[in-house]
Design a protein around this ligand. Structure first.
Ligand code: BGP
Length: 480
């Protein structure tokens, strides 16, 4: 029997985001960004959803992004550890306000440019291919104050101005780009995804779909610009994926699942195919939403289709058309996507259901729909780890989670023949959780000594999963 391995040149690696790892939030000329004012604790989700306005750091709150794991000062050490694991690729994001502190400055911040150049040089030193997210939950506060975030069309020009700078500065060092992290998240976490907070009485749907349209136009323009300024570059979109399974075979549940999936695929349909799907207009009509289509937008979307489809996958979702059942079986906790508990699956400590086969389902579904190369740019297990006195961390549960998901991905590649460019595990080094702001929800294969209250030495330690993943990469996924 033929050996099951990943294709030659498969981009194995890990993923982080600037706001969740860099820290140094006010150093070297960096401007304030949306993520800097999202606090730890009970108010976090309300701020993330745009339900509570918080545009500055208020007394009495703790802001985890301010220091995070201080990647800003530890990047050389961290990239050395990535190289030791054998990474071929490192997914990271650029903090918009490190480059343009007010979001659209005419003169970029030289120190910000220097920092990322050093990071990319360090990657290149070890033969690691950077994969850069242009905007990972990161809207400059100055633009939120001026425009109210992505609800305003002027955000598009500011974003393109920022793209122009980073493409010019880093085009020679970076080949792979992603326009927006988890673009569909803006429907659920509007401040996190689009710098939007809602005033009482505002039509939330109208604002969200308007912001979505602006991000989609910005994404299409960025794709076109990347191809012009950096010939040979590859630029993709990014979906928070995970299919909605119907709770039962009742046709009403099947329809409900299809409708809920469309809320997410809608974005990628535009980015990968270049136009709104036919049903989208009808849906918006029903919701009383008029899209702010300006002259030339349709053409821009058509001309700015992506080279690949990237996505995060943590779990599948489950739904029913029966409102009573939905209420009764609702997923516990602060779930971003409203869903019911799937009785066939176990859950993580944070209530995320574990479904490795769902990754194979997702890969197949996305390829059937888009026929573009795929890139798994986030997957991993958030869990509480224990650092032993001798500096070891025995995270067998994480190894099991990753093994099962990589087996499913390998089946999608080897058995189903789906073209997948690479796999970057989320939070390859422990970092701040986006939804909860916790440090104790750890994803890393590298442990960082930092706690939820902001204490800790910031020292780095290799977990058991570090050595396991090192072998996975060494054998190109033959030994999982
Ligand atoms: C995705 C985000 C990441 C990351 C991950 C894990 O939604 O793109 O930024 O944080 O989820 O989620 P969390 O940190 O909430 O556990």
């Amino acid at each position: 029997m033929a050996k099951k391995v990943f294709p030659n040149g498969f981009l194995w690696g890990g993923a982080t985001a600037a706001n969740q790892c860099e820290g140094a939030y006010n150093e070297d000329g960096r401007g304030l960004s949306s993520v800097d004012v999202v606090p730890y604790g009970e108010e976090r989700m309300r701020v993330n959803r745009g339900e509570r306005k918080m545009l500055s750091c208020e007394p009495g709150f703790q802001y985890p992004a301010h220091e995070a794991i201080d990647f800003y000062h530890h990047y050389a050490e961290d990239i050395r550890l990535f190289a030791e694991m054998g990474f071929k690729c490192y997914r990271m994001s650029i903090a918009w306000t490190r480059i343009l502190p007010n979001g659209d400055d005419d003169v970029p911040n030289e120190k910000g440019i220097q920092f990322y150049r050093s990071v990319f040089d360090e990657c290149r030193k070890y033969g690691i291919e950077p994969l850069v997210t242009i905007d990972h939950f990161d809207t400059p506060i100055a633009l939120i104050e001026r425009y109210g975030g992505w609800r305003d069309r002027r955000m598009i020009d500011a974003y393109i101005k920022y793209c122009r700078v980073i493409f010019k500065e880093f085009g020679g060092l970076v080949k792979y780009w992603i326009t927006f992290n988890e673009i569909n998240m803006l429907l659920h976490m509007s401040f996190m995804g689009a710098g939007i907070y809602f005033e009482p009485g505002e039509d939330k749907d109208e604002i969200k779909y308007t912001a979505a349209h602006h991000e989609l136009v910005a994404s299409a323009r960025a794709v076109k610009l990347a191809h012009e300024m950096m010939p040979g570059s590859k630029i993709g979109c990014m979906l928070a994926a995970g299919q909605f399974y119907p709770y039962s075979c009742d046709p009403a549940d099947i329809w409900d699942g299809l409708e809920k999936d469309r809320d997410n695929y809608f974005f990628i349909d535009v980015q990968a195919r270049g136009a709104y799907p036919v049903w989208a207009k009808k849906r918006m009509e029903r919701a009383g939403v008029t899209l702010p289509l300006a002259e030339g937008d349709a053409e821009t979307l058509r001309e700015g289709t992506v080279d690949f489809v990237a996505f995060s996958y943590y779990c599948s979702r489950c739904t029913t058309a029966d409102p009573v059942l939905f209420e009764k079986n609702a997923r516990p906790g602060n779930a971003v996507f409203k869903a019911v508990v799937n009785p066939h699956l176990k859950s993580t400590e944070w209530g995320w259901q574990i479904d490795p086969l769902g990754l194979r389902v997702t890969v197949n579904t996305l390829y059937d729909r888009y026929q573009k190369p795929l890139f798994v740019v986030e997957n991993g297990l958030g869990a509480v780890d224990k650092l032993e006195a001798d500096g070891t961390v025995h995270d067998q549960y994480r190894i099991e989670y990753m093994r099962a998901h990589l087996e499913a991905l390998r089946d999608a590649v080897c058995e189903d023949g789906i073209p997948v460019i690479g796999f970057t595990s989320w939070g390859c080094i422990d970092l701040v959780s986006a939804s909860s702001g916790e440090m104790k929800k750890r994803y890393g294969m590298i442990y960082v000594d930092k706690d939820d209250k902001g204490g800790g030495t910031l020292a780095r330690y290799r977990k058991d999963s570090f050595y396991w993943y090192q072998n996975v990469i060494r054998t190109n996924g033959e030994e999982l």
